[in-house]
Design a protein around this ligand. Structure first.
Ligand code: PLP
Length: 453
């Protein structure tokens, strides 16, 4: 790659690149930060800044950067078989081996994998499969899928319609036959209910909606075990036990989207295992390859798979790169690495609890209304006043200020509305956590100073 200055790269980028989830006018004023390389848990930009990556890329680089095992797996597979399709009765060894491995790692009953390239495509696949399944069951009117406000399931028209992001709905991603209920967002909705009562009440919003729509029209309920892009919303204990019971009672498929929570982030292979869930289908992506190659999968439970196999005929769905051999080889090497280095146990027993206690030290900051953690997922909720709490009126502005202060000080931390989000690599150390919390505190102080607090 040619060696250009920051300004030169920014000019080229601004002139020709329409980046995802970007305000183009705004970006053209400032120019993008140009990231050139990454190592361990840090990324580096064209100005030589080192930034500790508290987000593991976009919740995905679970094994950290610079892992040669993954590079070598890709290189070997590219030499041997860089591509062949899985259409028309062909397959390849890495994708067959990966399918078996995922069936072993996921909760019982999820024994079949359908591969795609992104979480969005995987969720689109689920929507097609679910509706096809109910049609085969003789209930084609069961089409409605219920998700949750602030849920994120991707950016294709269907996956964004299934998600609960109103901004996306307002930009032509609001298809019919999707419904959204309130999430179990304790910070906003719990008030003085105790956890068990709130869990039951929050789950009852699902039953209310099913009864409103009519169970004979509802195909599925979909949920992230912990809502990631919605602001790391951690459900109260027992919420999903109620949810599953409601789904079973009304014969509605239960789908978990583990795109963020999968592959060790919660201190278990999947959050479903930590929470004791038995989903009918599961979405996975991100940590499947630690982001080194694009790959996603739908794990299909026996009930749906058996029906599709028995009388579905051809499933008219798939992508050129479904089951890409290089991505599958990288995924296998990635899973080996996670296992060999005991990353999941470390998150569960050491760094997860350590992150929780280290971040709890920020709770006394005047801007912090609540700190939430779940494994290596965390949110620091910023408030105008702890009393109430009172949220900032211009949602997102203060979070954006705090994020910018953190990045200037060498920490990549994301803002969702006014919650600061962390989702570091599973290999993040105690020293990384200490550095993260120290920078986060400085960013909070600088934000408070900007606000004149
Ligand atoms: C829970 C969840 N599902 C689906 C997606 C969409 O994945 P992708 O961006 O790979 O399409 C995301 C992306 O962040 C996600 O967090």
């Amino acid at each position: 790659m040619e060696s250009l200055s920051t300004n030169e790269w920014q000019a080229i980028d601004s002139a020709h690149h329409m980046a995802p989830f970007t305000d183009y006018a705004d970006l053209r004023k400032t120019g993008a930060r140009i990231i050139t390389r990454a190592e361990g848990h840090c990324v580096y930009d064209t100005d030589g800044n080192r930034i500790l990556d508290g987000m593991a890329g976009l919740w995905c680089v679970n094994v950290g950067y610079g892992r040669h095992e993954l590079v070598e797996a890709a290189s070997r597979q590219m030499t041997e078989l860089p591509y062949y399709n899985n259409f028309f009765k062909t397959s390849n060894p890495p994708v067959a081996a990966l399918s078996r491995r995922l069936a072993e790692l996921t909760p019982d009953g999820l024994n079949n994998a359908f591969f795609a390239n992104s979480g969005s495509e995987a969720n689109d696949t689920i929507i097609r499969m679910v509706r096809h399944f109910w049609a085969l069951e003789g209930k084609p009117e069961k089409r409605v899928i219920i998700g949750r406000e602030y849920g994120y399931h991707g950016s294709t028209i269907m996956s964004a319609s299934m998600g609960g992001m109103s901004g996306m709905h307002n930009q032509a991603a609001n298809e019919p036959d999707f419904e959204h209920i309130r999430p179990p967002y304790g910070f906003l909705y719990q008030g003085n209910q105790d956890e068990a009562v709130f869990a039951a009440n929050a789950a009852s919003w699902l039953e209310d909606r099913i009864l409103e729509v009519g169970a004979d029209r509802v195909a599925a309920f979909v949920a992230e075990p912990v809502q990631g892009a919605g602001g790391v919303i951690v459900p109260p204990d027992g919420y999903f036990a109620h949810i599953e019971a409601i789904c079973r009672k009304h014969d509605i498929l239960f789908i978990v989207d583990e795109v963020i929570t999968g592959f060790g982030r919660t201190g278990h292979w999947f959050a479903s295992q930590k929470m004791g869930l038995s989903p009918d289908m599961m979405t996975m992506a991100k940590g499947l390859t630690s982001g080194y190659m694009p790959m996603s999968a739908v794990m299909v439970g026996d009930r749906v798979a058996d029906r599709l196999i028995a009388d579905g005929g051809e499933f008219y769905h798939g992508f050129t790169y479904s089951g890409h051999p290089v991505a599958a080889a990288v995924a296998l090497a990635n899973l080996d690495l996670i296992e060999r280095e005991n990353m999941i146990e470390t998150v569960r027993d050491d760094t997860g609890p350590y992150l929780a206690s280290a971040l709890a030290s920020l709770a006394d900051h005047r801007l912090v209304g609540e700190v939430r953690t779940f494994g290596l997922l965390a949110a620091i909720e910023l408030v105008k006043s702890k009393d109430g709490p009172v949220m900032f009126e211009d949602t997102g502005t203060v979070g954006g200020m705090c994020r910018d202060h953190a990045i200037q000080r060498g920490l990549m931390m994301r803002a969702v509305r006014d919650a600061m989000i962390l989702s570091p690599a599973l290999s993040y150390t105690r020293a990384d956590i200490d550095e993260t919390v120290a920078i986060a505190r400085k960013a909070l102080d600088a934000t408070a100073a900007d606000l004149g607090l």
